[in-house]
Write a protein that binds this ligand. Structure first.
Ligand code: GTP
Ligand code: MG
Length: 221
């Protein structure tokens, strides 16, 4: 019974996600579902991304959070359009929530939407929201065992950002081992080391994003 209920929930979500994807495709907007543990540095990465891309890419953010609008307030300060979703305790965003949030954005004026999912390494990976691709941020303070302990999010994501490399000397994080584990889970996955606070690696990340945004802009309606 429980298995059937879960199947129905995922099936209904998949339908709405496909319809969101069609809407974003029509508008030629590249949509990224940004996932990662609480505190991994997702919002910090978004802040730096907005600063880097503000003159090149029309970027909006959909912020997922359990209860607060703290992250949305950080994005708003930088002048980017932002819509807050509160899941009221829910551990992930779903496609219906993103459909409602997208309704509040002017899609004709956008090239890129980044959806910051609720901080969690498990559930967000199971629920598509209509994105082109997923990305996962982990910070090296979380430990090098996270890829093998939480495999789905690494299998599902097109890119892994390894954040807080400034703290490497204080943590016994085996970078080579973690990268091997990620490559075993998802061969060929892009991995970018970042020290987001000081913007180290943010250029490489923005190049990764811009390539995709441009490809989507060039695509047929
Ligand atoms: N040392 C260091 N700290 C960082 C770095 N990037 C982010 N932080 C800090 O990590 C903390 C969490 O960053 P956030 O960007 O709020 O993390 P988040 O993933 O958005 O967190 P949730 O939205 O709660 O899931 C903040 O105190 C940041 O200043 C980094 O590269 N190095
Ligand atoms: Mg955040």
């Amino acid at each position: 019974m429980e298995v059937q209920v879960m199947k129905n929930i995922l099936g209904a979500n998949e339908e709405t996600a496909e319809s969101n994807k069609k809407m974003f495709d029509y508008a030629h907007i590249y949509v990224l579902n940004l996932m990662g543990s609480p505190g991994a540095g997702k919002t910090c990465l978004l802040e730096k991304t907005i600063r880097h891309l503000k003159d090149r890419v029309r970027l909006a953010v959909i912020e997922g959070d359990l209860f607060t609008d703290k992250d949305a307030a950080r994005i708003e300060k930088l002048g980017a359009p932002v819509v807050q979703i509160n899941t009221v305790g829910g551990c992930h965003l779903d496609a219906a929530m993103v459909e409602k949030a997208a309704d509040k954005l002017n899609l004709e004026e956008l090239d890129l939407i980044i959806v910051e999912n609720v901080g969690n390494l498990v559930c967000p990976a199971e629920f598509a929201v209509g994105e082109d691709e997923k990305a996962v941020v982990i910070s090296i303070t979380e430990g090098d065992d996270k890829p093998s302990k939480y495999p789905l999010i690494f299998k599902e994501s097109a890119v892994c950002l390894l954040n807080k490399v400034d703290l490497l000397e204080h943590c016994d994080f085996n970078m080579e081992g973690a990268k091997k584990d990620i490559a075993a889970l998802h061969p060929g996955m892009d991995i970018i080391e970042i020290y987001c606070k000081k913007e180290h690696g943010v250029d490489a990340w923005c190049d990764w994003l811009v390539k995709r945004v441009e490809a989507k802009k060039g695509g047929a309606k």
